[in-house]
Design a binder for this molecule. Structure first.
Ligand SMILES: [Zn+2]
Ligand SMILES: [Zn+2]
Length: 596
């Protein structure tokens, strides 16, 4: 036996050992059902406690994702691969809130409440009633509540909402935001604002939770109950109810000195938390095209323990919201795609950026943060592929792919790369939808959004790993890979085009809440639900898939039996929020996700 032969024996023995001990070696490079499942099991496990943005579970998830991507050969886009940012978790009233009317102390949170955009601080001054607090001067609309009155250094008492609360097309709607009114009052010289709802605008006169969007307007701003406002008006022998009634009837400004002094102090506490996106890069294989990018993204945050104030559909119970489908499934798919790209020679001339977003559930915070501070030239991004809830493919569901209208050729590409005999497709053109791709669409980047549909476990503790269809996920992963490979490899870049409304989720909110864009059945023909008699194209309900004749039975898990229920549920919601709407369509229960 010569040296060569013995080498051969050693080599083949080694090969044998390799084959015996690492039978799945080649499988590890590919997308496997087992790996997809393992990622979901970990991310949706009890130990991560629902991955609430800014919580320890959210940090653990980010560490896991970075470790996995690093092991496939991806490198940080910059720094250590974490793009850190701060989120406001909650705005709550502080301890030093006080309001004294005619020498009588009011009770915080029962009689009055500082608003989220209030400045901290105190003021003792006279009160001027300033109607709806408008200063409108357009060709068709003139209304100035500040005309001829002096509010300098004083409180102004303002009615919330607008004089046409029942009219969804009222020209006053765009002037009805609380914050805009407070800001205008300040511009007019007021030193503090007291907002009150008339009985037409808000029969229950309830205080909404403070929302986390409010940046300070620079002066103290309170909401007060009607009886407190009536007490302020006592010397003028009128009431909020009367004032609202008269102004709504006459559609004219009304302002006067309330002849009362109010002393108050406001304090707002902002609870903030640190979180991060995970942003990792797989450099492109072509010297010229590697400065262009394809982004594959999925959010990893979820609702934590749920509870009041969260977007849980079971808000009255607290429990781990596992978020297996939403969105451990999307993250898992992104990881497997990254691994496959890293292991497939010739698959990506362009660089691939894998981003796991945090803060999605709280208003697309992570993707907004990234698109505002990307660290790469966004005009060089060929497309962004977003994976959010891709784990519930079934015989009766279709794979929904949105955004195919955001560049010419995308629709054809998605069709060409899919096997519609095994996975049925439901394509839609719109670039705007209830997940992180909206942030990229807003920046003129072509987007594709993959989604296997909402279900009754959505945003509840029962969205668990055992309900995921991993075989379906593997099949979808294969199709997404083929599409993304083409996006990463094609010589020509896509040309962005607008497909549907390009809305930044702010503005245009009536003081009392957000709207779906439906015409409800005001007559109440249907009991135990509210029928949509018309659905306005381009508005949230239509974009979320609602159809004329659908009967809304619940919003965010809270029952809707009639128009009053509907109005009060909607009144609790804010613009930009994603809500779940349970409907009956042809007698069948379905769930729609709608972004307001
Ligand atoms: Zn999601
Ligand atoms: Zn969600």
């Amino acid at each position: 036996m010569n040296k060569n032969d013995s080498m051969k024996i050693i080599k083949s023995t080694l090969l044998l050992i390799v084959i015996i001990f690492f039978p799945s070696c080649s499988g590890k490079k590919d997308v496997t059902i087992r790996e997809l499942e393992n990622h979901v099991i970990y991310l949706a496990s009890d130990s991560l406690k629902g991955r609430l943005t800014g919580s320890p579970g959210d940090s653990l998830a980010a560490e896991y994702i970075r470790k996995e991507l690093t092991s496939y050969g991806l490198v940080p886009l910059s720094g250590d691969g974490f793009q850190r940012f701060v989120v406001t978790k909650r705005i709550i009233p502080g301890r030093n809130n006080a309001l004294i009317v005619n020498g009588r102390s009011c009770e915080p949170e029962k009689d009055f409440m500082p608003l989220a955009f209030s400045a901290d601080g105190g003021l003792e001054s006279d009160v001027i009633f300033a109607g709806y607090g408008f200063n409108i001067n357009t060709d068709s609309l003139k209304w100035n509540d500040y005309n001829g009155i002096d509010v300098k250094g004083k409180w102004v008492l303002i009615l919330r909402a607008d004089p046409e609360a029942e009219n969804t097309k009222s020209p006053y709607i765009q002037y009805s935001l609380d914050r805009d009114k407070a800001l205008l009052a300040k511009d007019m010289g007021a030193a503090g604002v007291l907002l009150v709802s008339g009985p037409v605008a808000d029969p229950q006169d309830t205080f909404e939770q403070l929302n986390a969007e409010g940046f300070s307007v620079g002066i103290p701003v309170f909401r007060i109950k009607r009886d407190v406002a009536d007490n302020i008006l006592a010397r003028t022998r009128t009431t909020i109810e009367l004032l609202e009634k008269n102004i709504n009837k006459n559609l004219k400004p009304s302002a006067f000195d309330a002849k009362t002094t109010v002393k108050a102090n406001a304090e707002i506490v902002r609870e903030i938390a640190d979180t991060r996106n995970v942003v990792m890069l797989l450099p492109g294989e072509d010297e010229n095209l590697r400065n262009e990018f394809v982004i594959i993204g999925a959010h990893f945050d979820h609702l934590g323990m749920g509870g009041p104030g969260s977007s849980s559909r079971a808000p009255d119970t607290t429990g781990i919201h596992h978020g297996a489908d939403d969105n451990a499934s999307g993250v898992s798919m992104m990881l497997e795609l990254a691994e496959k790209f890293a292991n497939t020679r010739g698959s990506h001339k362009r660089s691939i950026v894998c981003i796991a977003f945090s803060g999605e559930e709280e208003g697309l915070l992570g993707s907004k943060h990234f698109t505002n501070d990307p660290g790469i030239d966004l005009s060089k991004v060929n497309a962004m592929v977003n994976l959010d809830m891709v784990g519930r493919l079934s015989d009766t569901t279709m794979l929904q792919v949105s955004g195919v209208g955001t560049a010419a050729g995308l629709k054809e590409l998605v069709y060409a790369k899919s096997d519609t005999s095994s996975i049925k497709l439901n394509l839609s053109e719109e670039g705007y939808g209830p997940s992180d791709h909206s942030s990229f669409y807003f920046k003129n980047i072509p987007v594709l959004f993959y989604f296997t549909g909402a279900h009754l476990d959505y945003h509840t503790p029962s969205d668990t790993w055992d309900k995921i269809n991993y075989k379906g996920m593997a099949a979808i992963t294969g199709e997404v890979f083929n599409v993304a490979e083409e996006l990463a490899d094609s010589p020509e870049r896509l040309k962005f085009r607008e497909a549907g409304p390009k809305v930044e989720p702010v503005r245009y909110r009536r003081g009392k809440g957000a709207s779906l864009g439906i015409m409800p059945d005001f007559a109440g023909v249907i009991k135990n639900g509210l029928r949509a008699d018309a659905v306005t194209p381009g508005k949230p309900a239509a974009l979320g898939g609602m159809k004329k004749g659908d009967i809304i039975t619940a919003i965010n898990g809270k029952t809707v039996n009639n128009i009053q229920d509907y109005m009060s549920r909607m009144g609790q919601l804010k613009h930009g929020q994603t809500i779940s709407v349970e409907i009956l369509r042809n007698g069948k229960k379905e769930v729609l996700l709608i972004q307001l």
